[in-house]
Design a protein around this ligand. Structure first.
Ligand SMILES: NC(=O)c1ccc[n+]([C@@H]2O[C@H](COP(=O)([O-])OP(=O)(O)OC[C@H]3O[C@@H](n4cnc5c(N)ncnc54)[C@H](O)[C@@H]3O)[C@@H](O)[C@H]2O)c1
Length: 398
């Protein structure tokens, strides 16, 4: 089936799905709310995992799996002609939660779970018992990587070690760089046209590594590789809405730069809806967003880094990518990509428009304040060093 046929099929499925919800007695309060969680990022779309509890904005995502008609309001499509998505590192903390969220996405027909840990096969069997439309298969070890990747439209990579207290993301480089290099080589060999979304840290370096691998293989397409920085936006939206008493469904804070420490730059001056912050609020929020990952690492006290919020953020990013591939317009997310928006920064996170071929357009930074400009000036040398480290890792390889 061609991509255009897929797009038509998915669009039809969505229309049928909406009308089903209207006629089968699903909680209409819930479905009405479900259109707004990511309004700032991807405007006006119904989102399958945006089922917020009515009791409190702070409540977690709540799937009301059974309506009066005993039909799930969450999954309502037959995804036989949907997309194939692979999760590489699917047995891990992020990988398992992300796979569950992807299993609930009606745009996906085929979910491939890959890991070097043998438990991945069991994770796939477990997930395959969920009565949603997609099929799930588990693949373990390098000899099965090709099977997992063959025919993929989207590959999401959370493989690698997470941080422990006291570590920076850059400290993970020595292990994760090689993992991302080898997995990207797999993508180049088996599904070079897939969009690749990299979660494995240090994202500032692993994305350049993936791009260099693709370049060496002659399969590089800058529209197809991105670093997932969505968690920085998710956190910013949550922190700002809490501080300001705003409906989190309406808040959108662009976050630019990279994904480590001071390279994370929230543009609070561009918060939607327009919101004013005192100098202290701006300073405190900026630093908290930059260190939010460390907040989780310290709270987990040696048990790893963010997994659940990361899986949620990656599911949102994955959905944006698939909506773009399916031909929807007006799909935007900040992501870390090959870019010429900032001079001398070959990779940079800004808002991107997603379309039928992946990243359709990298948007400019826009107007920023003197305070934000100060941070931008400060982050550039650090980000550049991490980019160069990634590029050198592949270039210097024998
Ligand atoms: N981008 C972000 O915002 C963000 C946020 C949180 C964590 N992370 C990163 O995500 C990564 C994963 O975190 P986690 O908490 O899920 O870790 P985890 O240890 O729970 O899981 C990692 C998984 O990767 C697997 N793995 C290791 N080498 C592999 C290989 N060569 N091929 C396939 N799978 C392999 C492991 O077996 C494990 O199942 C870490 O690098 C972490 O720093 C990124």
């Amino acid at each position: 089936m061609t991509m255009t046929q897929k797009a038509i099929k998915i669009a039809t499925t969505k229309i049928i799905g909406s009308s089903q919800r209207g006629t089968r007695g699903v909680d209409t309060t819930t479905t009405a709310r479900s259109s707004s969680l990511m309004r700032g990022a991807i405007k006006g779309q119904q989102r399958w995992y945006d089922q917020r509890s009515s009791s409190s904005r702070k409540s977690s995502v709540s799937f009301k799996t059974r309506s009066a008609s005993r039909r799930s309001p969450v999954v309502h499509a037959t995804a036989d002609d949907g997309y194939k998505v692979a999760v590489l590192g699917a047995a891990g903390g992020i990988g398992q939660s992300l796979s569950l969220l992807l299993k609930m996405n009606p745009m996906i027909s085929d979910l491939a779970l890959y890991d070097v840990g043998a438990i991945v096969k069991g994770v796939a069997v477990d997930l395959s018992h969920c009565n949603t439309a997609s099929t799930v298969n588990g693949y373990c070890g390098n000899e099965e990587l090709g099977q997992a990747l063959k025919g993929c439209d989207l590959v999401i990579i959370p493989a690698g070690v997470p941080r422990k207290p006291g570590m920076t993301r850059d400290d993970l480089f020595s292990i994760n760089a090689g993992i991302v290099r080898d997995l990207t080589q797999g993508v180049a060999d088996h599904c070079p046209n897939a969009v690749v979304a990299i979660i494995s840290n240090p994202v500032n370096s692993t994305v350049p590594i993936a791009c260099e691998v693709m370049k060496k293989s002659g399969t590089f397409d800058k529209r197809k590789i991105l670093g997932v920085t969505t968690l920085d936006i998710v956190r910013s939206d949550e922190f700002v809405s809490t501080l300001k008493g705003l409906d989190v469904n309406d808040v959108d804070v662009p976050v630019i730069g990279g994904h480590a420490g001071i390279t994370i730059l929230p543009l609070l001056s561009q918060t939607f809806p327009q919101t004013s912050f005192s100098k202290k609020e701006t300073e405190d929020l900026t630093v908290r967003i930059q260190n939010a990952g460390t907040e989780v690492v310290e709270a987990k006290a040696g048990g790893g880094s963010a997994t659940l919020s990361m899986a949620y953020a990656a599911a949102r990013m994955g959905e944006a990518i698939l909506r773009g591939l399916s031909g929807e317009s007006d799909v935007y997310e900040c992501s870390y990509v090959s870019s010429d928006i900032v001079p001398d920064m070959p990779y940079f996170a800004t808002k991107c428009k997603f379309g039928k071929d992946g990243i359709e357009e990298v948007m400019p930074i826009g107007d920023i304040t003197a305070y934000e400009q100060e941070w931008l000036d400060k982050l550039k040398p650090e980000l550049k060093a991490q980019i160069d480290k990634g590029i050198a890792f592949v270039a210097d390889a024998p």
